[in-house]
Design a protein around this ligand. Structure first.
Ligand SMILES: NC(=O)c1ccc[n+]([C@@H]2O[C@H](COP(=O)([O-])OP(=O)(O)OC[C@H]3O[C@@H](n4cnc5c(N)ncnc54)[C@H](OP(=O)(O)O)[C@@H]3O)[C@@H](O)[C@H]2O)c1
Length: 339
């Protein structure tokens, strides 16, 4: 069993930790929290709890929440660290992991240059094979890669995608609510270059706006192919990939609210939707141009990617075997039914 430490237990870290407990080739050695609060208490009941360094010990001691030690101790007992610390902290932590000679997987809030290896299981599983440092791309970038990678079979495609981004996550009371639509004025938004760091050479431009919702992101995507294509053949291609789930307005699924309802009603843990939800009835072809809408559950779509990245860095399983195991344990693929 590969021993994995989680630094830190936030939106992404807690989900990756839980997903690891469902695998039979890896285990969680402990999780890090920086401040003693209700979530630290919850974490301490589920996993061994650690803190970043000695300076945090006193505050935890005063709070009465039991702590096993510091990151240093967690690393002593681990073979890999999932770094799910807040955006931008990875650079400092990477120095610590390097010094300790321990492998780490970073998240999409870090720059590609931190590891020079951005990861998506479908697109480049083998590139992370045996590597020390890997970055799993962000939720939006993961969403775009999931549906675009199958289309690269057609040769050189041109992608123009618009992203409607959730303002913040549901547990965050500080950044929201915003009563505004906030355009990302830098064009392309970082998502396009990020996708191209995984699907190398892809012609992609993205624009993004932030809106007052916490549930999901929504993308509208336009792809131009080198030849004419048919709607049915595109759908058949996507159907081979379990991490894409079809839904349909004909079944009453007309918004991100209803997607979240599907997650709740099907008993998904934390109401997570690991799949990219693609509206089948939005898939339209005009000559050699394709149009579609998809939605991304930002809190969870990167979770299976982290599990596969762990297996690739430790050469535990080949690509399809890893993806199949991850999908089975997380019930990925059960939702695909949209008309
Ligand atoms: N949320 C998303 O939608 C999403 C999606 C994909 C990728 N990502 C990426 O995943 C990464 C983590 O994001 P997140 O949303 O999970 O963040 P988050 O929910 O804010 O959690 C961050 C965690 O880091 C801890 N922390 C704070 N200061 C720390 C320190 N000095 N050392 C170690 N831990 C510290 C916090 O603990 P305390 O509460 O105790 O301070 C918290 O548990 C980022 O790179 C982000 O861009 C996020």
């Amino acid at each position: 069993m590969l021993k994995v430490g989680i630094n830190a237990y936030g939106t992404i870290g807690k989900r990756v930790a839980e997903a690891i407990t469902k695998q039979n080739d890896m285990q969680v050695t402990g999780v890090i929290k920086a401040h003693p609060n209700y979530m630290s208490y919850v974490a301490s009941k589920r996993f061994k709890l650690f803190v970043p360094d000695n300076s945090a010990l006193k505050a935890f001691e005063n709070s009465g929440i039991k702590v096993e030690g510091t990151l240093e101790n967690l690393m002593d007992d681990s073979e890999l660290i999932i770094d799910s610390t807040p955006e931008g902290m990875g650079e400092e932590y990477k120095k610590i992991y390097e010094k300790k000679r321990i492998k780490a997987i970073f998240q999409g809030g870090e720059d590609h240059e931190l590891t020079n290896l951005s990861f998506n299981a479908y697109a480049n599983f083998k590139e992370a094979w045996g590597k020390d440092f890997v970055r799993v791309v962000s939720c939006n970038t993961t969403g775009l890669i999931r549906t675009l990678f199958p289309l690269t079979e057609y040769g050189s495609i041109k992608v123009r995608a618009n992203l409607v981004r959730r303002a913040t996550d549901p547990d965050d009371y500080q950044k929201g609510p915003i009563n505004s639509i906030v355009p990302e004025l830098k064009i392309p938004s970082h998502h396009g270059p990020d996708v191209a760091s995984v699907i190398k050479g892809l012609d992609i431009q993205t624009m993004a706006v932030k809106v007052p919702t916490t549930l999901m992101h929504l993308h509208f995507v336009n792809v131009t192919f080198p030849r004419e294509v048919k709607t049915e053949e595109i759908i058949e291609k996507w159907k081979k990939y379990r991490r894409i789930a079809f839904v349909s307005g004909k079944d009453g699924v007309k918004s991100t609210s209803q997607l979240m309802d599907i997650a709740r009603e099907t008993g998904r843990e934390r109401s997570d939707l690991y799949e990219i939800m693609l509206w089948k009835d939005s898939v339209s072809v005009k000559g050699n141009e394709l149009f579609y809408y998809q939605a991304v559950h930002q809190e969870s779509d990167v979770v299976p990617e982290n599990i596969d990245a762990i297996r690739s860095t430790f050469q535990l399983k080949e690509k399809q075997d890893s993806i199949d195991r991850t999908d089975k344990t997380l019930r990925i693929g059960e939702l695909a039914y949209g008309r």
